[in-house]
Ligand binder design. Structure first.
Ligand SMILES: Nc1ncnc2c1ncn2[C@@H]1O[C@H](COP(=O)(O)OP(=O)(O)OP(=O)(O)O)[C@@H](O)[C@H]1O
Length: 576
C-alpha cells in the first residue's frame, strides 16, 4: 500500500504541471475523449455478453431466424426487445478502438514533448547540469533520464492508467451483470446472495497479494537495469569520442575489458530480472490458466442442474471471467508496473536534484553588474566540492582595456578561479562585480565546438548566421585558418578534425568576432607554438584595444602582452 501511494504521489508531482499548465485544456480535452472512447469499449463488451447469451440460446434452440438477425442487423432476444447484430457492434468497436489508440498516442507525444522540454529547460537553466556534473548527487546519466525515462514515464502512465481505469469500469459493470446472474447459495445455513461475485473477488484478491509478494523485487532490479544500460552506452560513446587517444595508447584491450565489465553488469542484472520474472510468471501463468476454466467449474453445477441454459452458462462464465480479470489487473501487469515505478523513481530523483541545484543557485561566488568602471573582486573564496578551501580572500581589480596575466603552480587553483570569475563555480563565497552592459567571453584551454557546421562553431555562442561570410572568412585568415574558409558550411565532427592548436585558433577567431569588453583566457594558447602564440596575442591587442584581458598562462612570453602580472601562491593571489 505504501508502495502504491508513494509511487502515485511521485508520479502526480511529475505530471501536475502538465495537466494544470498552459496546455491544460488541450491535454484535458484529449484525455476526456480518450477516456470516453475507452468507456465505450467497456460498454460494448458488456453489450456483447448479452448478445452472446442470445446467440448461444439461438444455437441451442436451432432458431435460424434469430441466428441470422443476431449476426447482421440485430433483433429481439429472451431478455431484450432489441439487441444490435454482431456486424454493427463489431464495426463500431473497430472505429472506437482505432481512435482510442490514435488519440491516446496524440496525447502521449504532447505530454512527452512538454516533459522533455520542461526537464531540459530546468537542467540547462540555472546551470543545474554543471552543478550536477561537478557535485555527485546520485543522478547518473542525465541523458538517459531526459530521453528514455521521460518517454517511458509518459507511455507507461497513460497505458497503465487507462488500463486500470478500464479494469475498474469493467469490474463495476460486470459485478452488476454477475450479481444479476448468480443466485444465492447457502453455506452453513447462511444465505449468500451474488455468491459468484464474492468467489471472483476472493480469487483475484488472493492472486494480487501473492503477485506483489513474489514480484516486488523487480522494481529495484528494473531501476538498476536502466542505470547499467546507460552506463554501458555512455562508455561506448566515450570510446567513440576519444578514438585517437585510445588508438595512440594502443588501449583497445584495456577499453575492451572496461566495456566487458560494464556489459557484465548489464548481463548480471538481466539474469536477476529473468529469475525474478520466471518466478512471477510461474505464478501468473498458472493463475491465468486456472482462470480460464475456473468460471465454468463454479457455474457448472447450476447448468447441469438445468437451472440455466447454455447461453446463460456462457454469459455467466464470461461475466465471471471479466470480473476476475479486471480484479487481477495487477497480476497481469506487474512487470510493467514495476518498470513504471523504477522510471518514476529515476525521474523524481532527477527532478529533486535539479530543484536542489536551483535552490543552491545563489551559493558560491557571485558575479554581479555594478556601476563602477572596472572589474572588481573582493573577499573571494573558492573551495572544492567537499568544502576544502582552494583560494582565500582573493582581491582583484582590472581596469577597462587593461591586460593582467595570472600564473602559478599546477593544481594551485587558477582554472577554478577562472570558473569563479565566469560565475559558474558553485563552491565558495564573495562576489565579482563587472560594469553593467559589458559583455564577457571566456576561452578555456579546450574550446567547446558544438555539433554542426564550422560556421556554427565560429559564431558560437551567437546563433549561426550572426556574422556575414566576409567577416567569417577574414577572421579565419587572421588566425591562420584561411584554408578552412571554403568549408564554412561543412558539417563535421570538427572537434576530431581540427588539431588542438587549430581549435585554439578558432577560439581566438570567436573572440575577434564577438569583440567582448572582458576577455578571460585559461591557457588558451597552450597547444600553439611560440610564434603562433605571439601572433594571436598581438592580434588581440591590436584589434580589441578596448577589451580588458585576464589570462592564465605558464609561459613567460605571454606576460609580454599584459600590463600586470599576478601569481597564485599559498591560496592567495599576489603580485608576481
Ligand atoms: N570538480 C572538481 N572536483 C574535485 N576537485 C577538483 C575539481 N575541479 C578541480 N579540482 C581540484 O582543484 C585543484 C585545482 O584545480 P585547477 O584546475 O584550478 O588547477 P590549475 O591551477 O588550473 O592547474 P593547471 O595549471 O594544472 O591547469 C586541483 O587539485 C583539482 O584536482
Amino acid at each position: 500500500m505504501r508502495f502504491t501511494l508513494a509511487a502515485l504521489r511521485d508520479a502526480w508531482s511529475l505530471s501536475r504541471p502538465f495537466w494544470n499548465g498552459d496546455q491544460r485544456w488541450a491535454a484535458r480535452g484529449l484525455l476526456a475523449v480518450v477516456v470516453v472512447l475507452n468507456l465505450g469499449l467497456v460498454a460494448m463488451n458488456v453489450l456483447l455478453t448479452y448478445w452472446q447469451r442470445g446467440f448461444y440460446n439461438a444455437l441451442e434452440t436451432k432458431d435460424w431466424q434469430a441466428f441470422i438477425n443476431l449476426l447482421l442487423i440485430g433483433g429481439p432476444t429472451d431478455d431484450f426487445a432489441f439487441i444490435p447484430g454482431f456486424s454493427l457492434v463489431a464495426a463500431l468497436y473497430i472505429v472506437v478502438a482505432v481512435y482510442a489508440l490514435y488519440l491516446k498516442q496524440a496525447l502521449q507525444i504532447r505530454w512527452r514533448r512538454w516533459l522533455t522540454d520542461s526537464l531540459t529547460r530546468r537542467w540547462l537553466g540555472h546551470r543545474a547540469y554543471y552543478r550536477l556534473a561537478v557535485e555527485d548527487r546520485g543522478t547518473d546519466n542525465p541523458d538517459q533520464r531526459l530521453a528514455e525515462d521521460a518517454r517511458l514515464f509518459v507511455d507507461s502512465t497513460l497505458t497503465l492508467g487507462l488500463g486500470l481505469m478500464r479494469a475498474v469500469v469493467t469490474l463495476v459493470s460486470f459485478v452488476f451483470v454477475l450479481w444479476g446472474l448468480s443466485g444465492e447459495v447457502t453455506v452453513f445455513g447462511v444465505a449468500i446472495p451474488g455468491y459468484l461475485v464474492w468467489v471472483a473477488l476472493a480469487y483475484s484478491a488472493l492472486g494480487t497479494w501473492l503477485t506483489h509478494r513474489i514480484g516486488r523485487k523487480l522494481i529495484g532490479l528494473n531501476f538498476l537495469q536502466e542505470r547499467v544500460e546507460a552506463d554501458f552506452r555512455y562508455a561506448l560513446v566515450r570510446v567513440r569520442d576519444n578514438v585517437e587517444g585510445i588508438a595512440l595508447h594502443r588501449g583497445e584491450e584495456e577499453e575492451r575489458t572496461g566495456l566487458e565489465g560494464r556489459f557484465g553488469a548489464v548481463i548480471g542484472n538481466w539474469w536477476a530480472i529473468m529469475r525474478a520474472t520466471k518466478q512471477l510468471t510461474f505464478f501468473t501463468a498458472g493463475f491465468s490458466q486456472v482462470a480460464t476454466i475456473f468460471p465454468f467449474v463454479v457455474v457448472a453445477p447450476n447448468y447441469f442442474a438445468g437451472r440455466i441454459p447454455l447461453g446463460g452458462l456462457i454469459q455467466t462464465s464470461t461475466a465471471f471471467g471479466s470480473v476476475q480479470e479486471a480484479m487481477s489487473w495487477l497480476v497481469n501487469n506487474y512487470p510493467e508496473v514495476a518498470a513504471w515505478r523504477a522510471t518514476v523513481q529515476r525521474l523524481t530523483g532527477f527532478e529533486t536534484a535539479i530543484s536542489a541545484a536551483e535552490a543552491a543557485d545563489a551559493e558560491g561566488p557571485r558575479v554581479e553588474s555594478g556601476t563602477q568602471k572596472g572589474l572588481e573582486a573582493s573577499g573571494l573564496g573558492v573551495s572544492l566540492p567537499d568544502g576544502r578551501p582552494l583560494l582565500e580572500d582573493v582581491s582583484l581589480t582590472v581596469a577597462p582595456g587593461e591586460a593582467v596575466v595570472v600564473s602559478g603552480a599546477s593544481g594551485s587553483g587558477k582554472s577554478t578561479l577562472f570558473r569563479a570569475l565566469a560565475g559558474i563555480w558553485p563552491f565558495g563565497r564573495g562576489r565579482v562585480s563587472v560594469p553593467a552592459g559589458g559583455s564577457a567571453l571566456f576561452l578555456p584551454q579546450r574550446p567547446y565546438l558544438p555539433l554542426g557546421t564550422l560556421r556554427r562553431s565560429l559564431s558560437y555562442p551567437s546563433p549561426e548566421g550572426s556574422f556575414d561570410d566576409a567577416a567569417l572568412r577574414a577572421v579565419l585568415e587572421d588566425v591562420g585558418l584561411g584554408h578552412l574558409a571554403p568549408r564554412l558550411d561543412t558539417g563535421e565532427s570538427w572537434e576530431r578534425v581540427l588539431s588542438g592548436g587549430e581549435q585554439q585558433r578558432l577560439a581566438f577567431a570567436r573572440a575577434l568576432l564577438q569583440r567582448p569588453a572582458w576577455l578571460f583566457l585559461d591557457e588558451a594558447t597552450a597547444s600553439l607554438d611560440p610564434v603562433a602564440e605571439e601572433r594571436l596575442y598581438r592580434l588581440l591587442r591590436e584589434r580589441l584595444p578596448g577589451t580588458a584581458m585576464v589570462s592564465i598562462a605558464h609561459r613567460p612570453a605571454v606576460a609580454a602582452f599584459h600590463d600586470r602580472a599576478l601569481r597564485v601562491e599559498g591560496r592567495r593571489l599576489v603580485p608576481a
